[in-house]
Design a protein around this ligand. Structure first.
Ligand SMILES: *Cc1c(COP(=O)(O)O)cnc(C)c1O
Length: 405
C-alpha cells in the first residue's frame, strides 16, 4: 500500500535507516562513550536477534512463561449499548505481570544474555517498567539495577516492593525534582561506566538508536497476533484500530501489524486536565521538534527549550515526548493522533469494568474511551482496541480521587 509516497510493502526494510532515522526523527544524540555502547547493542541486535536460535527461544518464552498468544475479546455488551459497531480488545492485560511491557523486557534481557552481560540497568517512573524488567531479570538470572526518583519511590510503594521481591536493586535518585527525568540521567550515567558488563533496557520506543526499532520489533508480536486473530474471528480486517501513546511502545507494536492494510489507525495521547502546558502530556498534538534523552522527535518544551513538566492521571502516559516513529507516522498522516482527557478515561475505566468484567489500566482506558467515541461516530463496522494493561495497580487511586460509582 502506498500512502503519501511511502510504500508500506517495504516500510520495515527502509525505516528506520541504518542510523536509526524515521525521516528526520530518531538518530542517536549521546556522548562518545555512550555511543560506543549503543554501537555494540546495535551490532548485537541486528545479528543475534535475527538468528533462528534467538527467535525460537523468544517464541518459546512467550508461550510458556508470558502466556502468549493473548486473546482478543469481543465486547458484546458494550457494543450493544452503543449501536451497530462491534468493539474488540486485544488482551495485553493478560500478559504475565499484567501489561505489554514484558514483551520488550523479555527480548532485551534475552539479548543481554546472548551478549554475555550479567546485569540490566533501567530507570522507572511509576515503576511499571521496573517491575517488568525485574521480572525478566529474575527469569534469566541477571542482576538488575533500577534507578528511581525519591519522590516516585514514596508514591509507588507497591511497585517498589514488587521489584525488591523479584530481587532487583532499587537505587534512589535524589537530584533535582527526584522523578523520572533525574532517574533517566542517573541510569544513563551509571550505564556509561558499566556497559562492559551491563545493558541498558529502555522502557518504550524511545532513546537513541537502536532502542526505538528494537522495542518496536519486540512489541510487534502484539500486532502480528492481533491481525491473524481478528481475521480468524471475523473473516476480515477491523475498520479501525486504537492504542494509547505514552512513549509509544504498545501502540508501535500493535500498529506495525496493520500499517500496510486499509485500516484507520488512531494513537491516543493524554489530555489530562486540559490543553494548557503542564496540564497534559499530548506531545504530538501540542509539541514541536526537539532533541531529548538521546533522540530527535516531537516534544513539549518549556520557555528555555527544556522538556516541559507534564501531567496525566495515567502515570504511564506522562512523558513529554513520543517515540520517533510516531512523530514520523504523525507527519505522514498514516496514523491519526488524537487526545482523551482524565475524566473520559475514568468513565471508560468504569464502563469496561461494569459492562465486560475487565478492569483496564488507566493508560489503556484512554484508548477504550476513544474507541467508544469512534464507534458512536462510525455507526457501523468494527473497532479493535489494544488493552495495554490491567487496572489492579490503579484501583486505589481511582477510588480515592474519583470515588466509587
Ligand atoms: C507503560 C504503560 C503504557 C505506556 O507506554 P507505551 O510505551 O506508550 O506503550 C501504556 N499502558 C500501560 C498499561 C503501561 O503500563
Amino acid at each position: 500500500m502506498i500512502y503519501n509516497d511511502i510504500d508500506f510493502d517495504t516500510y520495515f526494510k527502509n525505516y528506520p535507516d541504518k542510523n536509526g532515522y524515521f525521516g528526520k526523527y530518531g538518530g542517536s544524540y549521546v556522548s562518545p562513550e555512550l555511543q560506543a555502547a549503543m554501537d555494540e547493542i546495535t551490532e548485537a541486535y541486528f545479528t543475534i536477534c535475527k538468528s533462528s536460535k534467538f527467535i525460537s527461544e523468544l517464541r518459546r518464552i512467550r508461550k510458556e512463561f508470558q502466556g502468549r498468544p493473548t486473546p482478543i475479546s469481543h465486547l458484546e455488551r458494550l457494543s450493544g449499548s452503543i449501536g451497530n459497531v462491534q468493539l474488540y480488545v486485544k488482551r495485553e492485560d493478560l500478559n504475565h505481570s499484567g501489561a505489554h511491557k514484558l514483551n520488550h523486557c523479555m527480548g532485551e534481557a534475552l539479548l543481554a544474555k546472548y551478549m554475555g552481560k550479567t546485569k540490566v540497568i533501567a530507570e522507572t517512573g511509576a515503576g511499571q517498567h521496573g517491575v517488568a524488567l525485574a521480572t525478566a531479570a529474575a527469569y534469566f538470572g541477571l542482576k538488575c539495577d533500577i534507578y528511581m526518583g525519591a519522590v516516585d519511590i514514596k508514591k509507588q510503594a507497591p511497585n517498589v516492593a514488587r521489584m525488591k521481591i523479584l530481587g532487583a536493586n532499587v537505587i534512589e535518585v535524589t537530584e533535582g525534582l527526584q522523578t523520572l527525568k533525574e532517574a533517566v540521567d542517573a541510569a544513563f550515567e551509571a550505564y556509561s561506566k558499566e556497559y562492559k558488563d551491563a545493558i541498558y533496557c529502555i522502557g518504550s520506543v524511545l532513546g537513541p538508536h537502536p532502542f526505538p526499532v528494537m522495542v518496536r520489533d519486540f512489541q510487534s508480536v502484539v500486532g502480528i497476533e492481533a491481525r491473524e486473530q481478528f481475521i480468524g474471528m471475523t473473516g476480515e480486517l477491523p475498520d479501525a484500530i486504537v492504542a494509547c501513546v505514552g512513549g509509544g511502545s504498545n501502540a508501535a507494536g500493535f500498529f506495525s501489524g496493520f500499517l500496510n492494510d486499509p485500516v484507520d489507525i488512531y494513537g491516543i495521547e493524554p489530555l489530562g486536565r486540559g490543553p494548557k502546558l503542564g496540564d497534559h502530556a499530548a506531545s504530538l498534538k501540542y509539541g514541536t521538534e526537539g532533541i531529548m534523552h538521546g533522540f530527535n522527535s516531537i516534544m513539549l518544551k518549556d520557555d528555555q527549550g527544556n522538556p516541559a513538566p507534564v501531567y496525566s492521571c495515567a502515570s504511564g502516559l506522562d512523558y513529554p515526548s513520543s517515540g520517533p516513529e510516531h512523530a514520523f507516522l504523525h507527519d505522514l498522516g498514516r496514523v491519526k493522533y488524537d487526545v482523551v482527557g482524565d475524566d473520559d478515561a475514568i468513565d471508560a475505566f468504569y464502563a469496561l469494568s461494569r459492562m465486560e468484567g475487565i478492569i483496564p489500566a488507566i493508560e489503556s482506558s484512554h484508548a477504550v474511551a476513544y474507541g467508544i467515541k469512534l464507534a458512536k461516530e462510525l455507526g457501523r463496522g468494527s473497532v479493535l482496541i489494544n488493552l495495554s494493561g490491567r487496572g489492579d495497580k490503579d484501583m486505589d487511586y481511582v477510588i480515592e480521587k474519583y470515588g466509587m460509582r
